[in-house]
Ligand binder design. Structure first.
Ligand code: ZN
Length: 255
């Protein structure tokens, strides 16, 4: 079984500035937004619907004129993803075995593509799509960004859409500091994003868990990670993933 999921970063004008101080939200706020981000609230999800993660290396390729200008920025972002997930990330300008395509598209092409997936394409700043196998292993994905966006908007799109590609299909609340917030989102991962991503790729969460079991486990994981971050002055050292999800699952992903 293969499922497609299209998600978008909505262009919503908001006035509130991002907070200067990046501190983790409370444990219960982290948990609430984790649940909202793991499953898309706009589609019907059953208690046993699988959550979606990568277990293999993520091989990304940049496509489109001007896309190479964002390679250094993406490599830095991928470095963070690699540390937090324990999954390897590569980026190149040509890779026939790429599993993630990051496409910078001309505006007219972009509008046509957005109109096929969304009812209000003019509100969609950029979007992504993923393909997953039967047990919730992510197989491939793509990100589409119009090539006329200002640099900062592109960086917001890259962080936001890559979080979807990594498996978060939903969005947090409007007040939660996260690159996945719709409208007025930061362009760099926040401490909340780092904690949630690290928790999502924790080997204690297993494919096949019911939501209830998964969320009970994530509650413990999130509280432990948050406590460790609060006690440390080097959050990334605390949050670096030391075990990979693969180590726990001997079965090969379904093709
Ligand atoms: Zn989104």
């Amino acid at each position: 079984m293969t499922r497609f999921a299209a998600v978008a970063f909505l262009l919503i004008l908001a006035a509130s500035p991002a907070t200067a101080q990046d501190r983790p939200a409370t444990a219960s706020t982290l948990q609430r937004n984790f649940e909202a981000m793991v499953f898309d609230a706009t589609v019907e999800v059953l208690p046993w619907s699988p959550f979606r993660r990568w277990r293999e290396e993520v091989r990304a390729v940049l496509i489109g004129e001007g896309s190479e200008a964002f390679a250094p920025h993406l490599r830095a972002l991928f470095g963070e993803f690699e540390a937090l997930t324990g999954i390897r990330f590569t980026l190149s300008e040509s890779d026939s075995a790429a599993t993630v395509e990051i496409v910078f598209a001309r505006r007219d092409w972009y509008l046509g593509a957005a109109a096929r997936s969304f009812t209000e394409p003019e509100r969609v700043q950029c979007f992504s799509n993923t393909v997953m196998g039967g047990q919730g292993w992510m197989l491939s994905g793509f990100v589409v960004i119009p090539d006329d966006l200002p640099r900062r908007e592109v960086e917001v799109c890259l962080a936001h859409e890559m979080m979807h590609i990594l498996g978060f299909s939903g969005h947090p609340s409007r007040t939660f500091s996260s690159v996945l917030r719709n409208g007025n989102a930061p362009s760099a991962l926040t401490i909340n994003d780092r904690i949630l991503l690290r928790a999502f790729y924790d080997p204690e969460l297993r494919a096949g868990m019911l939501h209830e079991e998964m969320f009970a486990a994530s509650q413990r994981i999130l509280r432990t990670l948050r406590d460790a971050v609060m006690r440390s002055d080097d959050a990334m050292a605390v949050l670096t993933q030391r075990r990979r999800v693969n180590d726990w699952l001997p079965d090969a992903p379904p093709a």
